[in-house]
Ligand binder design. Structure first.
Ligand code: DPP
Ligand code: ZN
Length: 877
């Protein structure tokens, strides 16, 4: 396929100031008439043809200034391109294009499609060209007016972007609505929804007094399950005013939940379209994780109204301009709504679990890539999560006030623009006077930097010296790297964890509690340190890097007990446990038993029983690093069975060491009163559910989990119990009964049943593959639906370490076949699933060879989508 390069960027030859779209909706034959006001850009030679993008389009009619093209004025239309020559000499003309599309057979879920009889669109990144021929690129902004006509019974609801302008009834049982969006926007933000849906309404009044009608549309009967999303929406609107000074700018804001959706949600101007997973919640059907996800995604899409829509991206290489920044904003929102340190630790865990492996493998790419073959494959953890970390570092480097001034300048200077990363960096340089050119390497250099840290205390001079050396391994296309500007937030801890304040700092630049590492190797020297300190490094996870330090076991225990920064405190504990888990994995692989010191067991007990600590924080500490965390720490020669053995040995030892007191704590955390989704209640439940696993392991029987499953009055506790049953007692009678009871109760609700699919797909060991195969035949399962597919196939391939990475390679073989089947329907989904194999080279030789074979099988198929071809070829390269 074609490779696109950032350096090839050129503005369009033509502008389209106004776009009128007229949709005559029909399930199989929707007719789209597009009327475009086109102007040749000043400076474009008169003989340059107009070339519009298309994708699988069928042209019905074309007119220029009301007449069919004739003579010199000719056109050439293919399904993916429309070229027009001999344009009017004035360079200004009206182009009318009529196309016909089939929403029913569109299983790619981009462009216009039907989901449960609802017409909906998904245009980011390049879906608009599947509706009509257009300059489908983010720097082409146009003002849209949209008329939708449909059968009144089939689609009583007709929505598009902007404000409603007109509506009425027509003959033949049809009706229409007209929407006008006054804000110029790129085609990827266009949306249309039509169907028969239920709704909840609310209102919001902005800081300057604009009255906004809010609507959330869901399947009839599910309206009460949208109330939490509405609450989150209003809180998001208020927060963006308070924290970023950003107000909403239309009279309506609508959210529609659909059940077939490739992404989490989409920020179309004034009409967000959501995967129903991120809208629907009530205590009976949603877990605490679901509630937090809804709050975050509602906020994320709403925040895009300024960071993405009012200021959009010049080209798709700049995707992180809107995504990294908007993730940063939604992270801050959630931190303000919940517990900031707990939220931050969850972010760090997520980054390490998803982004670090991406950066360490064959799919590594910069936050702002400079080339791609398929843009859909760049909606990645690197662009989103690392992109957010880069914005967070700007704030750490400049401080909160200059950061806010920079953001204000960004909104003031670039409102209405299609901007670049250079524009973004410039506003912070202008606001602060700092030179951020070295910092900007974070956008260009792929890979996770490592910081090797050594230090020394001189009691005679009361001086503490830290030396930091940064290194960054080669990544695809980037054999050598330059030193980066890395902010290392730190503290120096004296006895009992007292913070020692240096009198002065010499050597590398230190501002407040941040060391600014800018050379490959730099020394920082602190005077006036009266006792030998233990350094707490990378507080708040101030940069997305890995650390190798001289911290001893006892230093780590000290930090885990005393560090005033919860993130480094959790990090110290995790580092201790990882050291044990990795060494035991090697022992188990070598046929030796795992060994566990009492000190780790004692430390975990101290944290578990410390009432001064937030329950959510205690739960995070007590959750032993996952099998994939351990695999990542090991890095090479991975044997998932040995890792599982090592992990279970630690869990057993901790469980047996504390069984009695864990049981007391578990009972004491039982709550009375109705379910509340707030952070404190969720934290209590998460601690209790971690304890449930330990207690079940200690007791060696499913009784407690079965009892919790039976008596749970909310989905969090129910699904946690089901997880313990399947993980620890798969195949037992208690487990089978619980699975059956769950299916009986929720078998009519596919979204809830996804949890049932996930739990079973995660059963450890060789049993899992047969389970997954069997469940594919379940009446609710369908490879046409992304949520179902991700629940079963996605969880199995990316979450089930032992079940998927079977030593006989059957997991990979099954997966390759399934990915190929999905690719014929939904290439984006297939390509995304396939990234589960990106770390194949880190396995031990037998599994590695099986994985290579499975990937090679995919690569040799002819007729692969460009999405899957891109992933498989980069993965094998
Ligand atoms: N809808 C996706 C998101 O908001 C892509 N823009 O991240
Ligand atoms: Zn986004």
């Amino acid at each position: 396929g074609q490779v696109f390069h950032l350096d090839d960027y050129k503005p369009t030859d033509f502008l389209i100031p106004e776009t009128h779209l007229d949709f005559a909706l029909h399930p199989e034959r929707t007719v789209v008439k597009s009327t475009l006001q086109i102007e040749r850009r000043p400076g474009t030679p008169a003989d340059v043809p107009l070339i519009l993008d298309g994708d699988e389009l069928k042209l019905v009619d074309i007119r220029i200034d009301g007449a069919a093209p004739l003579g010199d004025n000719t056109f050439l239309a293919t399904p993916d391109r429309l070229e027009i020559r001999g344009l009017p000499a004035s360079g200004r003309f009206t182009l009318e294009i009529t196309t016909e599309v089939n929403p029913t057979t569109n299983r790619q879920l981009t462009g216009l499609y039907r989901s449960s009889n609802v017409y909906c669109t998904q245009c980011e990144a390049e879906g608009f060209r599947r509706i009509t021929y257009f300059l489908d690129r983010p720097d082409l902004l146009s003002i849209y007016t949209v008329r939708i006509e449909a059968d009144r019974k089939e689609a009583p609801l007709l929505l598009s972007n902007g404000n409603p302008k007109d509506k009425g009834t027509l003959t033949n049982g049809r009706h229409f609505a007209v929407w006008h969006d006054p804000h110029p926007k790129p085609a990827y933000l266009f949306a249309l929804v039509a169907g028969d849906l239920g709704v909840i309404h609310d209102t919001f009044t902005t800081a300057s007094g604009r009255h906004v009608d809010l609507g959330i549309y869901v399947e009839h009967g599910k309206e009460p399950r949208a109330l939490y999303a509405m609450d989150a929406l209003k809180r998001s609107m208020k927060w963006d005013e308070d924290v970023f000074g950003r107000e909403y700018d239309l009279n309506v804001f609508n959210v529609v939940a659909v059940s077939d959706f490739n992404m989490g949600a989409m920020e179309n101007k004034g009409l967000n379209v959501f995967n129903d997973k991120y809208v629907l919640a009530d205590p009976e059907t949603a877990t605490d994780t679901d509630y937090a996800g809804i709050e975050a995604v509602i906020a994320h899409e709403y925040f895009h109204n300024w960071t993405g829509n009012r200021i959009t991206c010049r080209d798709w290489f700049q995707l992180c301009l809107k995504e990294g920044l908007t993730v940063y904003r939604d992270h801050e929102f959630s931190a303000d709504m919940r517990s900031r340190p707990v939220k931050r630790i969850a972010e760090v865990k997520g980054l390490k679990a998803h982004q670090f492996p991406e950066d360490a493998g064959p799919l590594a790419h910069p936050v702002r890539p400079r080339q791609f073959r398929e843009i859909n494959n760049f909606y990645t953890s690197t662009v989103y999560e690392k992109g957010s970390e880069v914005v967070r570092m700007i704030r750490t480097i400049l401080g909160p006030d200059l950061f806010r001034q920079g953001m204000d300048l960004y909104f003031e200077r670039h409102d209405g623009d299609a901007a670049t990363i250079e524009d973004f960096i410039k506003v912070f340089e202008d606001a602060s006077g700092e030179d951020l050119s070295q910092f900007a390497l974070w956008y260009d250099q792929a890979g996770t930097p490592n910081l090797a840290i050594t230090y020394d205390y001189d009691p005679a001079t009361k001086t503490f010296e830290i030396e930091i050396e940064q290194s960054l391994k080669p990544t695809p296309g980037q054999p050598s790297k330059k030193p980066m500007h890395i902010p290392v937030q730190f503290g120096l801890l004296g006895a009992k964890g007292r913070e020692l304040k240096p009198r002065s700092a010499k050597g590398g630049l230190v501002k407040h509690d941040v060391m600014h590492l800018r050379k490959r190797k730099e020394r920082f020297s602190f005077s006036g340190i009266l006792e030998r300190p233990v350094p707490s490094l990378l507080r708040g996870f101030s940069a997305p890097v890995t650390l190798t330090s001289e911290l001893t076991r006892s230093d780590l225990v000290f930090l885990a007990r005393n560090d005033g920064d919860e993130v480094t405190r959790w990090q110290a504990l995790t580092q201790l446990l990882n050291a044990k888990l990795t060494s035991n994995s090697k022992r188990v692989r070598g046929g030796k038993p795992a060994t566990i010191e009492n000190s780790s067991i004692k430390l975990l007990g101290e944290i578990a029983f410390n009432p001064a600590l937030d329950e959510a924080f205690r739960a995070l500490c007590l959750s032993i690093p996952s099998e994939s965390d351990i695999a990542r720490e090991l890095g090479t020669n991975i044997d998932p069975d040995a890792i599982l053995g090592s992990r279970n040995a630690l869990i057993s030892a901790v469980a047996e060491g504390h069984a009695g007191k864990f049981a007391e704590l578990y009972d004491g955390l039982d709550h009375n009163g109705p379910f509340q989704p707030d952070a404190a209640s969720a934290g209590r439940r998460s601690l209790r559910n971690v304890l449930l696993d330990y207690l079940s392991v200690a007791e060696g029987n499913p009784k407690l989990a079965a009892a919790q499953f039976k008596h749970a009055d909310n989905m969090t506790d129910r699904v946690a119990a089901l997880g313990v049953l399947v993980q620890r007692f798969g195949g037992s009678q208690a487990t089978c009964e619980a699975l059956r009871a769950f299916e009986e109760r929720f078998g009519n609700d596919p979204l809830v049943m996804d949890k049932w699919f996930i739990v079973q797909a995660m059963q450890p060991g060789d049993e899992a593959l047969g389970k997954v195969r069997g469940l594919m035949a379940h009446k609710l399962f369908s490879l046409d639906n992304p949520n179902r597919t991700r629940a079963l196939i996605g969880s199995f391939s990316s979450g089930n370490q032992t079940g998927f990475n079977r030593a006989d390679g059957h997991g990979y073989k099954f997966f390759a076949e399934t990915v190929l089947t999905i690719d014929k329907k939904n290439p984006q989904l297939a390509a995304r699933l396939l990234t589960a194999m990106r770390s194949w080279r880190s396995f031990e030789p037998v599994r590695r060879e099986h994985a290579r074979e499975a990937l090679a099988t995919i690569a040799t198929v002819t007729g692969l989508s460009s999405d899957v071809r891109d992933i498989v070829e980069r993965t094998l390269a």
